[in-house]
Design a binder for this molecule. Sequence first.
Ligand SMILES: *Cc1c(COP(=O)(O)O)cnc(C)c1O
Length: 371
Amino acid sequence: MIPFLDLKNINQQYRAELIEACTQVIDSGWYIGGKYLEQFEQNFAAYCGSQYAIGVANGLDALILTLRAWKELGKLQSGDEVLVPSNTYIASILAISANDLTPILVEPDPQGFNLDPQKIEAAITAKTKVILPVHLYGQLAQMPEIMTIAKKHKLLVLEDAAQAHGAQIQGLKAGVWGDAAGFSFYPGKNLGALGDAGAITTNDAELAMMLRALRNYGSHEKYKNLVQGVNSRLDEIQAAMLDVKLKYLDVEITQRRAIANVYLTQIENSLIQLPLQNIDALTYKQHVWHLFVIQTPHRQALQQYLEAHGVQTLIHYPIPPHQQQAYREWNHLSFPISEQLHSQVLSLPLGPTLSIEDAEKIAQLCNAFRV
Ligand SMILES: *Cc1c(COP(=O)(O)O)cnc(C)c1O
């Protein structure tokens, strides 16, 4: 069986270094808010090209706390509208609702899967305060265009960069385009901890300070509470694990690109639509391939066929947010592009330890698929 993502294999490559780092934390006697967090924050900020990185407990909290910080700083208030792609993972939308802000779903570009800048402008009202682009599947949203729109309408931009560590456009990485960006280090993400972790990147000193307080009970100084914060800290062990893995992120991205390249050049079947068909070579090179997502009207048949031939695939994602029970009030709405994507997308195995031979085998299986 070729697994969708072999996390055990991926972490096994760094086993000795991870154990050494873990041992150092254990022996330090200091487990929360110490030098390993500080070191990882500095290294991750430097990697992204941002001034600050603030570690938090997970990717959802990174988004929730950034919006919350903007409320505390007087830049947002309850009821303000946040534009977000209608085909995103639910976390991007939960972060908006959790702050008593109003998510406004905007349809994606069906080729690139990301927010369509033309549809953003049409969705802006007097209450719109934030654009929350999601760099879905490892490719940056069209940030130059989105930032132009944001400047014109004086909107804040919060990138959901949970799937796009290291992705770039015009030499600028995910995490430096907007006013802030939320990252996840969930184990299966391109930079994954050995548990939950997340971070916010920003160049805004005031925002960084508020976030450091919010993640720690609203406190800058022990027993002094500026705001009603939460407990959302990135602990020393996970920070140490991430610092080990950050060194290898660019190598892993190169390995992911090699697999994607096999799929892009070798899959040829009129029943299967490959990603990025209309996207230029420059953008393609800067994709970090968190997921390789094909589209087919025969998804169930293709998934069963691949499974029968020993290939595990997954669906990202089977139900669009507006059809979720959690958002009953949107169930009557229609987002045709999203609905079609959710019924046709299928993610092929992809990871830094998948072999080129296995990728070629998967491409050949795809080519032999018939209905
Ligand atoms: C994974 C993910 C998140 C949430 O990250 P967690 O660390 O699981 O909380 C948010 N947005 C997107 C697009 C994601 O893929």
